[in-house]
Ligand binder design. Structure first.
Ligand code: SAH
Ligand code: SF4
Length: 314
């Protein structure tokens, strides 16, 4: 536009940037996982990941065909305040919240960069960098924009918020009745260990989280996901699996066991496969759905925060 003053143009481009994201780095795994480092206008960057899985589908003749299923792992903050001792994102401290637009832009860019058609539905997990419920207002706004038909039309049922357990915000989120799915990063069944892993547990202990989850409105066909990061000799015993079963009593829950992904400088160790299996088998024997998270993108900087660290040489 030539008919507006130069100063106004500068103000507009500073305050209302049209291109909100630059791709700073990309890593592609042999299993199809793609990890992006997205940079915003103030040079801060976050990671977003595209995961692909083959899904069985029936075609019009009723034959089984395989189609691609996409899951986007999206960040909510630059850094994180929660400070978990096993998490690389925590090491850089907290920088700032992402705006609703910056969250939505990650979804738009992942679709655009991978030529995923607008009408192809995808799943979204807020499991990237940051604690989504610590950026509550912007996250809710983003979820609404992403789900609305005039927005990106991705149903709230396909969006999962992963939280380290801010109980008060879980209750608040439940009251909004958005229809989103909930994932709780539990990781421990005793408060002592959880205090060590997630310092915020001192304010929001295990009991308060379980209470908030029990009141959370959940689609009757769905379950609350409990993520359990397994660290060797810390939380990998069958005795702890027994405690977990007791804790989840009365909740429509499923459990996802995650191998701890080691990084430089950590004293925590990746658990043994046999201990993971024994833990899983105990839960299964008690009729709790329990999966072991398939390690995706192991040949790239798969653990949350690794690509950013590599790029910035932190
Ligand atoms: N802040 C939210 C969402 C982002 S973290 C939360 O904590 O739930 C997403 C998941 O990555 C969490 O379940 C977290 O425990 C897991 N994670 C963090 N560091 C990890 C590591 N080094 N190895 C494996 N999983 C890790
Ligand atoms: Fe934050 Fe989640 Fe990492 Fe904990 S695990 S520091 S809550 S991003």
């Amino acid at each position: 536009m030539k008919n507006i003053p130069k100063e106004l143009k500068e103000t507009l481009s500073k305050k209302f940037p049209l291109d909100t994201i630059k791709v700073k780095n990309t890593e592609i795994s042999s299993d199809g996982t793609k990890k992006y480092l997205f940079e915003y206008h103030d040079n801060n960057s976050v990671e977003a990941v595209l995961l692909r899985m083959k899904e069985k589908e029936l075609n019009e003749e009723g034959q089984v065909i395989k189609s691609e299923k996409y899951t986007f792992c999206i960040s909510s903050q630059v850094g994180c305040k929660v400070g978990c001792s096993f998490c690389l994102t925590a090491k850089g401290g907290f920088i700032r919240n992402l705006s609703a637009g910056e969250i939505v832009a990650q979804v738009q860019y992942l679709k655009k960069l991978n030529e995923i058609p607008q009408n192809k539905s995808v799943n979204i997990v807020y499991m990237g960098m940051g604690e989504p419920l610590d950026n509550y207002e912007n996250l809710i706004k983003a979820i609404k924009i992403i789900s609305e038909l005039d927005g990106l039309a991705i149903s709230t049922k396909r969006q999962t918020i992963s939280t380290s357990g801010i109980s008060s915000k879980i209750s608040k989120l439940g009251n909004e009745n958005l229809g989103v799915q909930l994932a709780i990063s539990l990781h421990a069944v005793e408060d002592d260990l959880r205090d060590e892993l997630i310092p915020m547990n001192k304010a929001y202990n295990i009991e308060s989280i379980i209470e908030a989850v029990k009141k959370f409105p959940i689609d009757t066909r769905k379950k609350v996901l409990f993520e359990y990061l397994v660290i060797k000799d810390k939380n990998d015993s069958v005795a702890q699996a027994k405690k977990l079963v007791k804790l989840l009593h009365g909740i429509e829950a499923k459990v996802n066991l995650i191998y701890f992904n080691p990084f430089e400088g950590t004293t925590y160790k990746r658990p043994l496969e046999e201990d993971m299996k024994a833990f899983q088998n105990y839960l299964l024997s008690k009729k709790i759905i329990c999966t072991i998270r398939e390690s995706k993108g192991l040949d790239i900087s798969a653990a949350c925060g690794q690509l950013k660290k590599k790029e910035e040489g932190q």
